[in-house]
Ligand binder design. Structure first.
Ligand code: SAH
Length: 255
């Protein structure tokens, strides 16, 4: 097991270096003192998403003030594979589920995208960011995924970097009577992606799916590869995590 694995781990939004002192903010003081019942002299781990992971000793901890001193480097910085998830916002607790699980599964970037049938176009980005940080703390990641500002499907496609392949989860193709020549089973399609195809992003629709005109518009782009996740229609959150799992197995860092 990794050294110091059992020590609790905090994301701290400040530069980290050996010997550095960290002044704790109120939420961290509360968490260490009241929730974890830590005290002066105890050791924890800290990371900031870019400078790796460090051991830090609590040098002061009271209701009013708290500080840490960085005592040892534990792991060098490392970032997750370059995979994006573009998802249509769903209900609040299901958005939370998507960002938490996608963070655990090692997503690099999350992009909320509003489509015609998106029922919950307003999302609280700050809250989702906090959930991504919490999931990163728990999952031993050394980076935090980024969260893009909400965008419409059309604008996202117009502004798309052609060097990135967009893997489109196309539920219409799960209908066995539909014309499916363009759509491949997801795992096969992902396995055939070459370095020349560039990095990937995954696109998942809202609970009501994409409209026929949106589907046509998505498929008209040369950077799009449509894939099916089988004969059953999955909920948007299930589809997102299933496709991310397949990508990690075929192209990511699970191999
Ligand atoms: N059109 C739907 C449900 C949409 S499911 C309806 O009947 O209401 C939400 C999203 O999950 C879809 O837009 C699609 O991106 C993805 N999805 C769900 N099941 C899928 C499947 N079998 N294959 C590919 N994508 C799927």
């Amino acid at each position: 097991m990794r050294e110091n694995y059992t020590l609790i781990r905090l994301y701290i939004d400040t530069a980290l270096k050996l010997g550095g002192e960290i002044i704790l903010d109120k939420p961290h003081i509360h968490y260490l003192l009241t929730v974890l019942r830590k005290s002066q002299g105890d050791r924890i781990r800290v990371f900031n998403g870019k400078d790796g992971e460090w051991a830090a000793d609590i040098t002061r901890l009271s209701r009013k003030a708290g500080a840490l001193k960085i005592t040892k480097s534990l792991r060098a910085a490392q970032i997750c594979p370059d995979i994006w998830l573009c998802f249509a916002p769903v209900k609040k607790h299901r958005n939370a589920f998507i960002v938490e699980k996608a963070t655990e599964l090692g997503v690099r970037h999350l992009q909320p995208v509003v489509t015609q049938r998106t029922q919950f176009p307003k999302i609280n980005l700050e809250r989702l960011n906090a959930q991504m940080i919490e999931a990163s703390e728990q999952t031993e990641r050394l980076d935090i995924p980024s969260l893009g500002p909400i965008n419409t499907l059309n604008d996202m496609l117009d502004q798309w970097d052609m060097g990135r392949t967009l893997i489109f989860a196309d539920e219409a193709s799960s209908d066995i009577n539909a014309e499916t020549q363009t759509t491949k089973p997801a795992l096969n399609a992902l396995k055939t992606i070459q370095e020349t195809d560039g990095p990937c992003a995954l696109l998942i629709g809202p609970e009501g799916g994409f409209t026929p005109s949106e589907r046509e518009h998505i498929l008209a782009h040369t950077f799009v590869k449509a894939v099916t996740l089988g004969p059953r229609i999955l909920r948007a959150d299930t589809a997102a995590l299933a496709l991310l799992t397949l990508w990690q197995s075929a192209q990511g860092d699970w191999g």
